[in-house]
Every structure is written in structure tokens, then in C-alpha cells.
Write a protein that binds this ligand. Sequence first.
Ligand code: HEC
Ligand code: HEC
Ligand code: HEC
Length: 355
Amino acid sequence: MRWFVKATLIWAAIGSVIAVAVVSLGLYNVSARQDHLPGVSWVLHTTYRNAVRLRAPDPSQVPDLSDTGLITLGREHYERACAFCHARPTETRSQTALSMLPVPPRMDDAVKDWEPNHLFWIVKNGVKMSGMPAWPSDKRDDDVWAVVAFLQSVKENTDAGTKPISQAPTPTSAPFDFEQKCATCHAADGLAFANKHIPRLDILSREYVEASLKAYRNGARQSGIMQEAASQLTDQQIDDFADFISSMDAQQTTAKTGENVDRGKELASRGEIKSGVPACSSCHGPKAAKKSPYYPQLAGQSRTYIEQQLKLFKEEKRGGTQRQNLMHQSVDGLNPDDISALAAYYSSLNPTSDN
Ligand code: HEC
Ligand code: HEC
Ligand code: HEC
């Protein structure tokens, strides 16, 4: 027994010396030219696949991924944030991407083996030590699903994913990179091709746009999609975009009516004392005089977008400008029906009339 303990200790000591030598003398070749030692790739890959399966959310949490607005939004984000490694689904990867280890797989191949809940986990969390990045914001899940909707459309072959969406002509007054950086999602007229998941910009003030772009850039407002789009903008570019967006003429939209709209109107204009909900109109209009250019106009904004933002405020997942606290206080007393009615009401208004 004594000799066994002794031998174990000696082997442990030799092992430690080898490990220290490999680490401190740089003996392990970390070059991406050389594949891992035999077996190591298999161990890493199997660990990765099992870890994804263990941690992915339950399939019951997968939202409706056939929504074309969600797919388009995901595709546009993919163009900016993923295609330089994975290439567009039907195109060839660049030589630099092919020289990575592991090589980022082609997306039409990659999606074959995974279900949407697995893809969600991979896109949200990334893969350690592989070059596959995590999603830029960790608070929200809803914008990750947009990318999963796009990947699922690639899997089902319902979206070739090769070309950006068609564009309205960009006015000559637009800053030089607006068309390339912003208009593929927001459109040259700011109406976002009527995609309900993307806010219209034509109704927003210069001050609010500037403060919001800075809030995305410094992470105070979370959105994996807009944080990516705003992260590398200079102050000058933000100024130019804000000038241009606020110079857009608000577009007329047809006013809508309905029971939910009436309920929303009542709540927005009077508030509700018992649940502590203030009158939204005192800050957002349409009737009251606008108190501050930092209170965004909501008349005619997308219903889905308003509803989503109110939910995010309520769950403390929507940051924003220095005035964001005003909203956190306003949403505390709202229940899901109130939120739905308020979104129906504000989206029903025509921003160019007095309502
Ligand atoms: C800097 C390069 C890079 C970027 C940018 C990148 N990825 Fe990856 N991605 C990789 C690499 C490398 C892997 C392989 C990981 C592995 O096999 O361990 C990978 C793996 C994946 C996988 C799993 C594939 C499989 O076969 O298991 C998916 C899905 C994926 N990426 C989607 C995306 C999406 C969506 C984006 C954009 C939001 C993105 N990636 C951005 C490098 C990148
Ligand atoms: C890939 C699509 C995409 C691109 C590209 C994009 N946006 Fe956005 N934008 C969105 C989405 C989605 C939101 C809503 C994000 C959220 O939930 O906070 C948004 C929000 C905004 C907002 C806040 C609107 C509001 O009502 O609070 C502004 C301002 C904005 N974008 C301006 C820009 C500018 C300027 C660019 C170009 C530098 C740009 N966006 C590029 C999709 C995009
Ligand atoms: C005291 C003023 C005030 C009141 C009252 C108020 N808001 Fe706001 N609201 C704001 C401010 C300021 C913002 C901008 C937050 C930011 O991004 O910094 C905002 C943002 C929003 C947004 C996001 C808009 C966008 O374009 O992203 C929605 C939706 C909204 N408010 C709805 C409501 C509703 C519904 C009510 C009533 C229940 C309400 N607000 C009450 C000041 C107010």
C-alpha cells in the first residue's frame, strides 16, 4: 500500500512538471493551421452538442417563426452580424473565414441538425473558444428569435437569403451611409416597409433619435439588433442621422377604430387612479401640448412594436435615454389587456391629423 501511494505521488509530480512546462514554455502549438491532437476535436464537438441539448429552452417556448416580418428582420441582422463568417446561406465563405479553426459552417448545412430551440441557445450564448460570438445583449430574448426565424426559413428552404429587401429610393439629402446601414431595415422613408417588428422613424424628433442612438451605442438601451447597428457610429454620424430622420415628413396613415381602440383611448387620456397609471397623453399626446422633444411620438407607430416596448418596460428590460425612469413608473400598474388596448389606440392614430 505504501509503495502505491509513493508511486502515485511520483507520477502526479511528473505530470505537474510536464503540465507546467507545456504552459509556461509555450510547448502546445496554438496555431489555427494545425488541427487538434487526435480525439480532442471529437471530445470538444461532442461536449458542445450535448451542452446545447442540455441547456436549450423547452420547445414549448418557441414563438411563431413563420411571421415574415420576423424573418426579414432576422435576415437583415444576419447580413450585418453573421454573414462575414458564415456567408449568406447559398454563397461561398471567404478564404479568411475558411482559415478559422473551427471553420464557421455554411448556414444551410449548420441548420440541418438543430431544432429552433437549439439554434436559439447557440445564437444567444455563442460557443466558447470557437469564434462563435454571444448575442450582444443578455436581457432580451425576443430579438434573438428573429434570427432563429430566419435560420428556420433557411432550413425549410422558404428563404433563399441571398438578396436584401427591395428599397424605396433614398433622398439625396440622406447621409452617405444611411442607405447601406439603416435603410435596409427602416426604409428610405422611415416606414420600415410596414414591418411591424421595426419602429417607424418618420414621427420621431431630432433630440429623441440622437439620445436613443447614443443609448444603444453605450448599452443603456438593449437590443442585439440596434446595438450592433449603432455600436460603431461616431458622434458626427449620429448627428447626421438624427438631422436626416427628423427632416423626414411624417407620413399619413389611415386611422382605425374598434372596441380595443376606445378602451385604449380612455386609459391613455385619463389614466387610472386605482392602479396608479398616469395619463399617457400628458407626455405622448395626441391632445396635450408636447412637453418635451424627448417624449417620443406614438401616433401611428407599429402596434406590435408599442406592445413589445411596453412589455419590456414592465419587465425592466427596456432601458433608454436619461428620461427612461418616467416610463418605468408609468407601466407598473398596466395589465396585459391594458397594454394591448394602449397599443391598439396609439397605432390607430394618423400622425398627420389632430386626432
Ligand atoms: C467571428 C465569426 C463568427 C460570427 C460573426 C458568427 N459565427 Fe456562428 N459560428 C462560428 C464558428 C467558428 C462556429 C463553429 C462552432 C463549433 O463548431 O464549435 C459557429 C457556429 C454557429 C452555429 C452552430 C452550427 C453547428 O453546426 O453546430 C450557428 C447556428 C451559428 N454559428 C449562427 C450564427 C449566427 C446567427 C451569427 C450572427 C448572429 C453568427 N453565427 C455569427 C463563427 C461565427
Ligand atoms: C437589422 C435591422 C436594423 C438596422 C440595420 C437598423 N435598425 Fe434601427 N431599429 C431596428 C429595430 C428592430 C429597432 C427596435 C429595437 C428595440 O426594440 O429597441 C430599431 C430601433 C431604432 C430606433 C429607435 C426608435 C424608437 O422609436 O425608439 C432608432 C432611432 C433607429 N433604430 C435608427 C437606426 C439608424 C440610424 C440605423 C442605421 C445606423 C438603424 N436604425 C439600423 C432595426 C434596425
Ligand atoms: C411623464 C412622461 C411620460 C408618461 C406619463 C408616459 N410616458 Fe411613455 N415615454 C416617456 C419617455 C421619456 C419615453 C422615452 C424613454 C427612453 O427611451 O428613454 C417614453 C417611451 C415610451 C414608449 C416607447 C416608444 C418608442 O418609440 O420606443 C412607449 C410605447 C410609451 N412610452 C408608451 C407610454 C404609455 C402607453 C403610457 C401611459 C401608460 C406612457 N408612455 C406614459 C415619457 C412618458
